[in-house]
Structures are given as C-alpha cells and as structure tokens.
Design a protein around this ligand. Sequence first.
Ligand code: VGL
Ligand code: ZN
Length: 187
Amino acid sequence: MARALLIIDFQNDFTPGGALAVAGGDQIAEPIKRLADRVDVVVATRDWHPPDHASFETEGGPWPVHCVRDTPGAQFHPAMDEIALEAVVDVGRARDDEGYSGFENSDLARIMRDRDVSEVYVCGLATDYCVRASAIDACSEGFEVTVVSDAIRAVEVSEGDGDRAIEEMRAAGASVADSAELLAGTR
Ligand code: VGL
Ligand code: ZN
C-alpha cells in the first residue's frame, strides 16, 4: 500500500501577485517540498480553465478571470520545479465544470488506485474551495485522508471560511495534522 501527496492548484494565479491571490499562498512551499521527499507518489492538480469559464466575473460567475489554460497564471508556482510529479491532473477544463474537486471529470482516482495508494496527504490552494472539495471526494473514494494544516491557505471570501472548510473535511472523515507531525511519524 502506498502513500500519496496530493498538491492542489499550487499555481501562480493563487499565489501573491496572481489574479486570485490567496494570502500566504507561497508559504506552503517548504512543507510541501519536505513531504514530497517522503511519500511514494506525488500528484498535482491544476485549475485549468477555458477563457470563457462560467466561474469568471466576465461570464456572470463569482471569480476574477484566473488560471486560463496555457497562460502564465495557470503555470505551477516556481517552487513546484523542485518537486518530481508522478502525474498532473487538470480540472475545470470545460466551460461549465465547477472544477473545485481534483476528482471531478478526471483520472485522479484511477491514477491513485493504479499506484496502490491507500493513504493521501492533501495540501495546496485553496483550503475553502479546491482543497476542501478534493479532500471530501478523496474520503468518498475510500482513501485514508490527512489534510496538512500548514501546507494549505484559504481564500476567505467570508471570514472563517477556512476554519469551516477544515471542519467539513473532518466531518467527511479526513484527519488534520501538520507537516512536522507527519514527518516525525507521530500521526
Ligand atoms: C479555486 C476558486 C476558483 C481553488 C479554483 O483552487 O481553490 N478557487 N477556482
Ligand atoms: Zn478556478
């Protein structure tokens, strides 16, 4: 049985200076790099939208235009250059795909099962959207899920959204631990 690190949407548009910047979004780099060295499989998702994605304000949606496929904002954050990825999964590719969960219309569950993954550490951006949806779906898919508390950051459209998302992930069956606990093997 293998252990995977699932890195959600660690992309330029979600980090400081990006179109939908998450406060402290770049600070997740160090714990993610340390964990990546210690797991069997590393898989990353990308938010990968068409220029007319339904979630964009220009189309009547809630978000500024972000992570348009093949643009610099959609590229991984530079810290990802140091991480060897087994697979990259793109989500939100169709105009009307919500694209919050890495498991939505993707091969992610199959990629994990093909590699005999039973345990998944979930990290990345943003806690209250794509991390939340991906962790909850990973629980539904039958994986043993741990959310890495110091390797996530929240958008916080409303104050407290990040904490509420953590409670929802716990309610779905996920554990929450910080990277030091995971690296020490105390969880
Ligand atoms: C995300 C808002 C819109 C995320 C993606 O990655 O959490 N949030 N698109
Ligand atoms: Zn998006």
